[in-house]
Design a protein around this ligand. Sequence first.
Ligand code: MG
Length: 390
Amino acid sequence: MLRKGHFLFRSKVEKIMEQAKSNKTVRKYWSVQTGREQYVAGMLLSSVGDALGYKNGKWEFCQSGERIHQELKELGGVKNIHVCLPEWIVSDDTVMHLATADALIRNKNCLTKGNLYSLLAEEYKICMNDMEDRAPGVTCEEMVEKLRPLEEGGYRIPFNPKGGGCGAAMRSMCIGLRYPRFADIEDLIEVSVESGRMTHHHPTGYLGSLASALFTSYAVRKKPVREWGAGLLECLELAKTYVMSCKGIYVDENIKSWGYFENKWKGYLRLRNILDGKNEPSFPADFDKVMKRDQFYTMMSYDNWGGASGHDAPMIAYDAILACSGDWSELCDRAMFHGGDSDSTGAIAGCLFGVLYGLDNVPKCNYKHVEYRERIEKVADELYDLAMTK
Ligand code: MG
């Protein structure tokens, strides 16, 4: 039986569904518009974006985008980079993204959310054995330690006032691949929020998970990119209703900390003139300069490290997707090669790009030998089957 609060969440979702049925524009972007190849491209380029932004720890932790671009130039540009071991190891982002995907796939014959959440907690624990040289986030490590997948509700951790980092946002794109359709919005919200707060129990953290999953689902449905931010704002209202429905799960703490993520996104969308999703985005005239972008990313950040928070990791990825017009090299310049948390923004942006544009205009040397390629392709394949059979 549904709890009273949960009933409110479901009735809001149903109301939106009803309204959408009579809205031609919404119906246009209702279902899956991409094929299996784009799923593979999304998962692969996410890991490529991670490896490029990470550069074995060197670029993730370099705070000067200009220096990174200088070193990139010396390597012959992104078109000349052979992303493979040992120079281009994937980082914790890919390992945790694959863990999320593995849990979604393992849950394929079971419809209960509790089972899925236990599997996610289990996979997050297992994946911590594969973190050597991959620079896992401190919050992820500490919180995964607390998870008890075999106990009832053991996937929950207490509210964490410092849980606003990007560790949840960097690993949830596959949730959008699993639940891509308009009609899947209830599942997408619940699973992205719950998987996110297994390590980042703070709205700024787990709403980042929601944003990455939601944007990926939009990419699958080919919803125009300029509308994604406005879509996120609408979805936040639903997510808030869901979080409030979870009685006994730190509701007051969550609601008190809710505003930061939403306000930051509203401010950003206003700057780009896409608050309502109706206009083409506008960028400052000097935004082609690496230093200017670094300054902007820092300005939007929580503590001067652009992309390290749950709100701005998907924001930088989205900004790069908006600006790159399907050009992979341009995307990398903006989302993978900057002075902030470049592997996480790269992992999110890479996935969105792959789902939108596929692999056709990406140099083969960038993805052909990326670490875990076979595993990544298999997972993408299975996610596509799951999304199509539901
Ligand atoms: Mg990383």
